[in-house]
Write a protein that binds this ligand. Structure first.
Ligand code: GLU
Length: 295
């Protein structure tokens, strides 16, 4: 599947219509890929089976086409990739985790724990304790989560804008537990970027903190780490991430696609024009590093 030209991608989660900020990131991913002669793929990240829907994915694809983006090959759906995640998982050091969200919150308020990091509660349990905890969950119709037994606490990746970035790595979840054992985003994204030959990952800079985990996973899986290009988000006037509640923010609510493309161009500090016209003038060095504020 991989192309000798390299590839970029846009990988939306189909849990609602794309908003202006998502469209802007998609346009940037397309501009980066096309301006560097790469293929451009769309990957539907529907690993979260509760929140994803096929209808939402179809609407997202329509909206991406409506703003003038095109892509190569077939759209890849993560729901078709579970066997590949299973295969990758089998090569990684993992352990079962029986913690509830509450257990983790309580344990991670301890003084030596980095906030937001899994404190390692289930890493070194005896076989007998594991069997008892597994049976307890099983009686509730649930399965344990699977976590990576990480050997490092930090990993460095390269970002086009941010340069060398060292980020924290913890015993991340690879497969969620519960009644519906979903695959975790970090594993799916690394396996799929490698499978598709993606060597340029353009996405919102809220994911910069996940890049170290993904770089480490890529290392463990023996696949190459893509170049990351984390781009500024669109924020609302309160400084939060743009969301549906901020008003008419989706393409369908905003009106004519052409007018929306003009607004996208303005937000990128570019002259108004179609996506193709923007491609001719695109200069990544000129992109503002500040978030764009939605008004
Ligand atoms: N599916 C993720 C999202 O919609 C993006 C993942 C990525 O680009 O790595 O936030």
């Amino acid at each position: 599947m991989s192309s000798p030209r390299g590839a970029g991608r846009y990988a939306p989660s189909p849990s609602g219509d794309l908003h202006f900020g998502n469209l802007r990131t998609a346009l940037l991913a397309w501009l980066f890929a096309r301006s560097t002669g790469r293929e451009f793929y769309i990957r539907v990240e529907d690993v979260d089976t509760q929140r994803s829907s096929q209808e939402s994915a179809a609407r997202q694809l329509e909206d991406l086409a409506a703003i003038g983006l095109d892509w190569d090959g077939e759209v890849l759906y993560q729901h078709d990739r579970f066997a590949a995640y299973e295969e990758a998982l089998a090569t990684l050091p993992v352990y079962e985790c029986y913690c509830s969200r509450r257990d983790i919150q309580e344990a991670s308020s301890a003084p030596h724990v980095i906030p937001g990091h899994y404190p390692g509660t289930c890493r070194e349990l005896s076989d007998a304790t594991r069997a008892a905890k597994r049976a307890e969950l099983s009686a509730q119709g649930r399965v344990p989560a699977l976590r990576l037994k990480a050997e490092v606490t930090e990993w460095t990746i390269h970002d086009f804008y941010a340069g060398e970035v060292a980020g924290e790595v913890d015993d991340m979840i690879l497969r969620r537990g519960g009644q519906q054992p979903d695959w975790a985003y970090n594993l799916a994204v690394v396996v799929d970027d490698a499978f598709q030959g993606v060597d340029q990952v353009v996405r919102g800079d809220d994911l910069l903190s996940s890049a170290a985990r993904q770089g480490y996973l890529a290392h463990l899986l023996g696949v190459s780490t893509p170049e990351f290009v984390h781009v500024p988000l669109v924020l609302n006037e309160q400084g939060g991430r743009l969301a549906k509640r901020d008003g008419a923010v989706t393409l369908r609510e905003m009106g004519e696609p052409l007018a929306v493309v003009k607004q996208l161009a303005t937000s990128l500090g570019m002259e108004a024009g179609s996506a193709r016209e923007m491609l001719e003038r695109f200069d990544p060095a000129a992109l503002s590093r500040k978030p764009w504020v939605w008004k």
